[in-house]
Design a protein around this ligand. Structure first.
Ligand code: ADP
Length: 511
């Protein structure tokens, strides 16, 4: 069977024949326990927690609930695995790369199962899991596999009586706390650069979506990583997550999630052992659409940016500023474009839009949609829940959105596109920057000059020009202001996972 699909970059492509997934049965889900030292353990507390399919609200299975004691055990294992003289520490760097490639091979082998598990646990359309999340995960592993033997220091000349050099050493035990919107991809974004640099890891998947991470645990063991190098603790934020953030023997923590929790993590890190912290947090990302743009392309890209993954993206294009002269046409075409979205069973390859992740997120989004209606934005499309007891929300478009409205200020994390209008370029940039967030932004124009001057003035970690959500493993990703600190992906991420040691050697004699 072949399907017409769309890549993340919006390029239509013929998707090769796919083994359409058989529904995964509970008995097929083999990994629901805590993964420490390459072993599967029950929780120290004896507790488990359920994980649900958001498309049906039916429980998929129970998972062992890790807590502080389990985190302690995982940290002990990670510390031992990374200590000097350990097999992992002594491993030659090419072999380290080979292990990462082996893990990529195994993820490729289990691609259908992983994509199916991801769709069951998150509700995201299967083809998006299969192509975008799995593709990104495999590329991340392979990209960083290529870096293991290229982690290099420098030599510095001081004067003839000294030899000075730097060595890039592992930071140590790296904690990672990841969200539910891209569970597998975020797992790879965290473990791949950390392993490349020789660290060991204790990682907690989000409580809503633990299944793909746990399956990858089995692949890590199968690939041949030494015990303790990667440890996975399913569990909740305020318990297992907080234990990671405040642990005295974790040397660095990488977090992706909400700005509020990011603040808690940084506080816990400061109050414990001042561990290094990298944060990838929220966004209220502006797009500036100029009258001279390729209009249809801008409509499609900004809308994909708003609705991709049911709007559950830190990069969601939630404020679209459109130049006044093309505003009405832009809104009209955006509504037309939204009509092509297919809501339905996420496992059906025709489906392009699934449910929100859980009731809490659903309620928050519906509250913001109501606020948009009440504050005077014009509802152009959607704006309602689908069915009685479901987590599906119609893709929603508001026009005539004003900067003071809640939908223009707060991160919605749902399928809501807010379209604002602007007259002056200077004002548009000022309004775009007028937020606590600084993750991504986009500019749509055919003028090179305008694209460059406007993108230079936008206070965000990424600016897309005539495209959206264009993420590549080679390109650094991360935010400024309250969207976070540090960069993931690309060469830049390596600096987050290495400690630079300076060595200064005094020569006994200068000749
Ligand atoms: P979202 O709002 O998107 O659910 P969160 O920031 O709440 O995002 O969650 C992202 C990750 O942070 C999840 O793995 C969650 O369990 C974890 N988390 C939540 N609260 C805390 C906390 N107090 N300390 C550490 N981790 C937490």
């Amino acid at each position: 069977m072949a399907h017409n699909g769309t890549t993340q970059n919006g390029v239509a492509e013929e998707i090769p024949a796919l083994p359409f997934p058989e529904p995964v049965k509970v008995q097929d889900i083999r990994h629901t326990k805590i993964f420490i030292n390459n072993e599967w353990l029950t929780s120290s507390s004896g507790r488990t927690f359920p994980t649900f399919n958001p498309a049906t609200c039916v429980k998929i299975c129970d998972v062992e609930e890790g807590d502080k004691e389990d985190v302690d055990n995982a940290v002990k294992a990670a510390k031992a695995a990374g200590q000097r003289g350990s097999p992992w520490r002594k491993m030659d760097v090419s072999s380290r790369g080979k292990l990462l490639h082996m893990l990529a091979d195994l993820v490729e082998r289990d691609r259908v199962l992983l994509a199916t598990l991801e769709t069951l646990d998150t509700g995201k359309p299967f083809l998006q899991s299969f192509f975008i999340d799995l593709d990104g995960s495999i590329k991340t592993l392979r990209y960083y596999a290529g870096w293991t033997d290229k982690i290099q220091g420098k030599t510095m000349h001081v004067d003839e009586s000294f030899m000075c050099l730097t060595k890039h050493e592992p930071v140590g035990v790296c904690g990672a706390i990841i969200p539910w919107n891209f569970p597998l991809l975020m797992f790879m974004w965290k473990i791949a650069p950390a392993l490349t640099c020789g660290n060991t890891i204790v990682i907690k998947p989000a409580e809503q979506t633990p299944l793909t991470a746990l399956h990858v645990g089995s692949l890590i063991k199968e690939a041949g990583f030494p015990p303790g190098v990667v440890n996975i603790i399913p569990g909740f934020g305020p318990t297992a997550g907080a234990a990671i953030a405040s642990h005295m023997d974790i040397d660095k923590v990488a977090f992706t999630g909400s700005t509020e929790v990011g603040q808690l993590i940084k506080e816990a890190a400061a109050k414990s052992n001042l561990k290094r912290v990298t944060l990838e947090l929220g966004g209220k990302n502006p797009c500036i659409v100029f009258a001279d743009c390729d209009l249809q392309m801008a409509v499609e890209e900004t809308q994909r940016g708003a609705f991709y993954n049911q709007g559950q993206c830190c990069t969601a294009a939630s404020r679209v500023f459109v130049e006044e002269t093309i505003y009405d046409e832009f809104v009209r075409r955006s509504v037309e474009n939204a009509k092509k979205i297919v809501m339905g069973d996420p496992l059906d390859p025709q489906t392009t839009h699934g449910p929100q992740i859980d009731q809490q997120q659903f309620d928050k989004i519906m509250d913001l949609i109501e606020s948009g209606k009440n504050e005077g934005a014009r509802l152009e499309y959607g704006g309602a829940a689908v069915g009685e007891k479901s987590l599906f929300i119609q893709p929603t478009i508001f026009s005539e959105v004003k900067d003071h409205m809640r939908i223009a200020k707060e991160e919605i994390f749902g399928p809501v596109q807010c379209i604002l209008s602007f007259k002056s370029q200077r004002k548009a940039v000022e309004r775009a920057n007028s937020t606590q967030y600084g993750l991504v932004s986009a500019v749509f124009t055919t003028s090179m000059d305008k694209a460059l001057s406007v993108s230079a003035a936008l206070d965000t970690g990424t600016v897309w020009i005539n495209c959206y959500n264009n993420l590549h493993v080679q390109i650094p990703f991360g935010g400024c202001k309250m969207s976070g600190n540090g960069r993931e992906l690309g060469e830049y991420a390596l600096a987050e996972y290495t400690e630079v040691k300076a060595m200064i050697i005094k020569l006994s004699e200068t000749l």
